[in-house]
Design a protein around this ligand. Sequence first.
Ligand SMILES: [Fe+2]
Length: 274
Amino acid sequence: MPLTDPARDLLDRGHTTIPLSTADLKALAELRTQAARFFTQDEETKLRHGSDDFNFGYRPYGRQYSVSPDRPDMNSSFTYWADDPAKVPGHEDDSVAPFLKALGMYWQVAADAADQVLAGLAGHYGYRDDLHFRASSYLEVNWYLRDAERDLLQDRHEDGHLFTLATSDGPGLEIETGRELKQATVGDGRLLVMPGSVLTAMTAGQVPPLYHQVRNHHLEQRITVLYLVNPPLGQLVAPYVAEDGRAVDVAALARTSGAMFGLPPAPVLTPPKA
Ligand SMILES: [Fe+2]
């Protein structure tokens, strides 16, 4: 269990961290190993494991941006929704199956961490609803490309989810605290909890989004593992804080927030395996 109250930390500092156990870190290490194996395959092989709408599996460089379409994020991605490997084209092929297995193992780690954050928020706000996030959330592994020119591999942006649980294998992530963007100091063996714009809407602005960017340190390899936590996408979701009695449709916001980064609407999926 965390030593600090994640909800209190989010309200006071705008972000927080969650510690991982030794077993959790083993699952993360295995995921990074399998990610490196997947992403170092040829482009044709990787493209066989991406859906046409770029929602599931491999997404090549150039499809996602942080501010402007002419400055794509300097990474390709792999997206694993709802702990369901079958959503990924060709999921039984040797070229992707070990990676999907590692994603499934790490999913349990990330979902447990998300439970801790949501339990803290529910306690703080006296929230009664159970925010079923597992069918509407996804893991995203970003494989960064080397670039000699750009200072930033991702431009400053906020994420369009409740929150993101982020971990990287190297420096580069900068977060905005006060008015400055500074290198994130997360600590070994911890996940950074970055609130997104959906949490801002759910809290009537009490938890602002954590703006962030990725600086280019010209690393040989950089892998980021993100767990992007959404509220249920296909139903009305009660906010933590009702603003002047107005109901904010946070599910609709979560479904469509990827558009500002060039992404398609989030899929509304049936709940995953128990
Ligand atoms: Fe982001």
